[in-house]
Design a protein around this ligand. Sequence first.
Ligand code: SF4
Length: 385
Amino acid sequence: MGSDTIRQKGIYIHIPFCISKCIYCDFCSAPADEDTKEQYVSALCREIRQAGIEAEQKGENRTASTVFFGGGTPSILRSAQIVEIMNAVREAFRLTDDAEITMECNPGTLTKEKLETYRYAGVNRLSIGLQSTNNRDLKNLGRIHTYEQFEESYIEARLAGFNNINVDIMSAIPGQTPEKYAENLRRVVALKTEHISAYSLIVEENTPLYDMVERTHGRILPSEEDDRRMYTMTKEILGEAGYNRYEISNYAKPGYECRHNCFYWNRTEYLGFGIAAASLSGNRRYTNTSDMASYLANPIHNRAEEQILTVEDEMEEYMFLGLRMMKGVDKTEFARLFGKDYDEVYGDITRRHIEQGLMAAEGSRLCLTDIGIDISNTVMADYIL
Ligand code: SF4
């Protein structure tokens, strides 16, 4: 028996295609023709198979308990292409019987046939990008769908047997008021979805939204006060509806936390395939090229960046990522992972945070308090060594 049986691993597959670009998006995604998509899928399958071969040759862990199709819009692919990718994954890796297999999808790209094929291919969790239940918001954001189309896709997904669905919603959208946002939350809650990711819109540079915000000196965005009200409403409305906030922006019904994303926050090993995909393997963190032409020409040797993490880097990451989760970090685990006493490394700063009411301790666990979460970026910056 190798370490395969005890160690977990996640697999991320990046599908960088979208029907059109949303005005706020700086992800690695773009519209593409059918030929490019076809070439991409074969390149992706080659990369996945090769990783399996190399892992086997090196005697590395080939067991994975999560697969996550992210994008872009993975559901833009033909369903046969998803089956092709899943076949490559199963050839290269051993998926556990209870593997969580998630597909990000957008309303307007889903059909009954696609949903049924996803189920056949083993996909058991959907993450649907809704963002808002208000059609004017959706139009303003450059989304390709209406709320009604989302609802149709959602019902179709339930009929196809999906019983683990995440819905993404967004606050601080231009023109959005707290009252309208609260209505969004209530409509999503009424759907009884298992998981809700609730993010605040971030204005990224090099996006059309950024230019609009600059031109209007920020007037199109909700005020800071309204932004705060929306943040508080998220916690209150979702909490009252029985959703457990397990990460700063993620809420789940008990037992429906996203295992794959928890792998990121727990720094569990994950392998990313496709352009711009990142991987964490032991103390190596690496990212694939984000250039489509180079990836298609050589999907096997396509690393753009590789970083060997020092123990200090790993300890910092453990803190930044771990503190995003409500369960926080664990001093005993810290000592086991890094061979160092937590209090020797972070004792002083943690004591100060506890005194200031930013962190709380329970046994060996430490987590951010509500006030700490509110200023989490500032708190986390104190953990840089
Ligand atoms: S659907 Fe998602 S990935 Fe595609 S452009 Fe919009 S925000 Fe970006």
